[in-house]
Ligand binder design. Sequence first.
Ligand SMILES: CC(C)(COP(=O)(O)OP(=O)(O)OC[C@H]1O[C@@H](n2cnc3c(N)ncnc32)[C@H](O)[C@@H]1OP(=O)(O)O)[C@@H](O)C(=O)NCCC(=O)NCCS
Length: 164
Amino acid sequence: MRPQDASLLGELFEHGLSPAARRQRFHAAVRCLSPVQLAWLANADFRCHAAFIVTRQAGGLEHAVAEGCWVRSGGTADAEFAMSVADAWQHQGIGQHLLHTLVCTARAQGIGSLQGDVLAGNLAMQALAGSQQFDCKPHPDDDHLLRATLALAPQPVLSAAWFH
Ligand SMILES: CC(C)(COP(=O)(O)OP(=O)(O)OC[C@H]1O[C@@H](n2cnc3c(N)ncnc32)[C@H](O)[C@@H]1OP(=O)(O)O)[C@@H](O)C(=O)NCCC(=O)NCCS
């Protein structure tokens, strides 16, 4: 994801995701993100914060169909991830590819473990995380959430060129 992708990201959240999917992504009744929130998400440095967007071309225009990110938790070797795939593009393996990308890039940047908070009723994300060896356990602070965790073995740091 590049800073100029912020508007594509906004379009995905507002028009590509149903209210239920947005609740699963943000754990709240969000309709759209503010320009400041979108700019922050799209401004990844790929060291403490990595963000990826999947787009397609249609009618000469680019549209976002999926997004995912991880953000290093302040002062620790761990990072939190979140992701979403537009309703119309689910069940086609995009989520699988995106989560694999999040795992590989986090590992390559020396992240020790990747964690994601998942609503207890979000069976799709639980199955997807489980299929990539994440361990889903009850959240320590919230009965409505599960915490999906994957410990990452260290790998050589990727060059910045890999992300472009
Ligand atoms: C969870 C989500 C990202 C999955 O994306 P996707 O592109 O549909 O996933 P894939 O097609 O790659 O499916 C991967 C696996 O996930 C599981 N899965 C996906 N959808 C599922 C569903 N509705 N029910 C149960 N399992 C499901 C399956 O194990 C599937 O593997 P399979 O196709 O071999 O059976 C998508 O449903 C989504 O964006 N949901 C709303 C936002 C969200 O929940 N974000 C997570 C917050 S961190």
